[in-house]
Design a binder for this molecule. Structure first.
Ligand code: ADP
Ligand code: ZN
Ligand code: MG
Length: 488
């Protein structure tokens, strides 16, 4: 560990510890225990409801196997232990968003135990049902929308092994990416499809090193990565100040509680004291059969593995190794799967030719990305052709950029045809360039004399004149060659 710096009190003296609890709505056709549509984009309230998800008496829940499969695949991706036996429990509490009076969740037998993601150790991943959404209007009335009630919800809990806000955010972003790669969820934080709760405590560095953490608070309503980062930073600072004041005889203490994040004030605030698990009186749900995973063929590990896509970290490694990309370049591609599909289609005819692959990376990232639209993209073959033309010296980078801009507007004709029609091809033909150079030599007698007297740099000036005369269309290497011949 780094030595403490005397003058940065609050960061050096106390070490923060963070554990995350992340909920993610899973992408399935129907809800977790009924056949209602699971549609996060339904705007009209209470459209997708039925007696089961409304908690009417006498109804029986039926498990959604697709949701279980998503969680099992997630478990495989993070290297966790897949349960063989699992059951569902009732988590009892009273609130209008849960008309049954309990939420169906998993308590003792989560689907996944352990595992690791983004170098953060995981405690568990389990499956539960989402609750309804309540809104409180300005007339002190509360409205409840049950479209979300009963939607499959994955909960992932990390171990308390994170010690800074940036790592927490990096973890949450990686989880979002993984959910998307697995097709398990959209995980948009702004839409509440992924919800991050941050448990934060601080203790002296010595105590933290021996696993003696401080009292934690749990921060909720974080609906962006930025809020996650700021709320954690705020809590670390607030708690450190309380501890510091206590050392000097202050009476305030950190209490274990749930705090909300006020995005306008950029502050956390106390919401309620934290309930313990025994408050919920968890017990196995008698209506849902217990499950032995190994008895269900579609949950067999071999079957699941066959359905696993390439995972984000594997893709990063491959892009670095096969395409020579930097971490920064890789990051843009890995987060944009339609762009990677496009990129791979463009480079596939290059048979690993590093020069054209590098050109493709550069042109996609700096020139094409802002207007890239997967549904209306330049045909990959045309993009490949343009890259080959640059690599072969048939077109200058200026000409290529102009061609690309034209293709973005209309790609019904190939790159070569567009470049030809618009006079953007590089002139490499000595028969074309020769006469232009003769004229330049006549008009620039001074530079010619200087060159002949030994000032070799004058040739750069003459090349510049030739490029200007051809509006950049001449191949500078060919120009130089002809100049040297004619001057020599
Ligand atoms: P609780 O019983 O209060 O829900 P858990 O032990 O189940 O607490 O942990 C919930 C989350 O809080 C986990 O992500 C865990 O890593 C984290 N956590 C537990 N103790 C601490 C602590 N002292 N400081 C920060 N995070 C913690
Ligand atoms: Zn329903
Ligand atoms: Mg807990």
């Amino acid at each position: 560990m780094e030595p403490e710096k005397k003058n940065s009190k609050k960061t050096a003296k106390y070490m923060p510890t963070i554990g995350l609890e992340i909920h993610a709505e899973l992408k399935t056709a129907s809800k977790m225990f009924c056949s209602c549509k699971n549609n996060p984009d339904e705007e009209k309230p209470n459209m997708n409801i039925c007696p089961i998800c409304m908690g009417h008496p006498g109804t029986l829940p039926v498990l959604n196997k697709g949701a279980i499969k998503h969680v099992l695949k997630m478990g495989l991706a993070v290297g966790g232990k897949l349960a063989d036996f699992t059951e569902w429990d009732r988590k009892n509490y009273f609130y209008p968003d849960i008309p049954k009076g309990y939420q169906i969740s998993q308590y003792k037998f989560p689907l996944i135990s352990g595992g690791e993601l983004s170098s953060v150790a995981l405690e568990r991943i389990h499956l539960e049902e989402d609750t309804a959404q309540s809104t409180h209007d300005q007339h002190e009335k509360s409205l409840v929308n049950f479209n979300r009630a009963g939607v499959p919800l994955m909960e992932l809990v990390t171990k308390p092994v994170i010690h800074d806000a940036e790592t927490a955010v990096r973890f949450a972003k990686e989880l979002q990416l993984l959910l998307r790669y697995l097709g398990a969820g959209e995980a948009n934080m702004e839409k509440g499809e992924m919800r991050v709760e941050a448990n934060v405590s601080v203790a002296t560095a010595e105590d933290t090193a021996t696993g003696k953490f401080g009292t934690k608070t749990e921060v909720k309503n974080l609906n962006s990565f930025r809020s996650v980062e700021r709320a954690i930073a705020y809590e670390i600072d607030r708690q450190s100040k309380v501890l510091e004041a206590a050392e000097k005889g202050g009476t305030e203490k950190i209490v274990q509680e749930t705090r909300g994040w006020d995005d306008t004030k950029q502050k956390t605030f106390s919401q309620r004291s934290k309930e313990s698990s025994h408050d919920y009186r968890y017990f196995p749900d008698p209506d849902i059969p217990k499950m032995k995973i190994s008895e269900i063929p579609e949950f067999a590990e071999s079957a699941l593995r066959k359905e696993m896509p390439e995972l984000p970290w594997a893709k990063r490694d491959r892009y670095k190794k096969d395409y020579g990309m930097t971490d920064k370049e890789v990051a843009v591609f890995v987060e944009n799967t339609s762009l990677t599909t496009y990129f791979e289609a463009v480079v596939s005819p290059f048979n690993g030719d590093a020069k054209r692959i590098k050109l493709t990376t550069n042109y996609i990232l700096s020139d094409y990305l802002p207007s890239f639209d997967q549904n209306n993209a330049i045909p990959p073959a045309s993009f490949s052709e343009l890259m080959s033309m640059i690599a072969g010296g048939e077109i200058s980078s200026r000409g290529a950029k102009d061609t690309l801009a034209l293709l973005i507007k209309d790609s019904s004709q190939s790159a070569r045809v567009v470049a030809e029609k618009n006079g953007l091809l590089q002139k490499s033909d000595a028969a074309d360039i020769g006469p232009i150079i003769d004229k330049i030599l006549t008009n620039n007698a001074k530079a010619v004399t200087e060159y002949k007297a030994g000032k070799l740099a004058s040739i750069q000036f003459l090349i510049g004149q030739a490029m200007k005369a051809t509006k950049g269309a001449a191949n500078p290497d060919v120009v130089k060659k002809i100049l040297i011949e004619k001057l020599g």
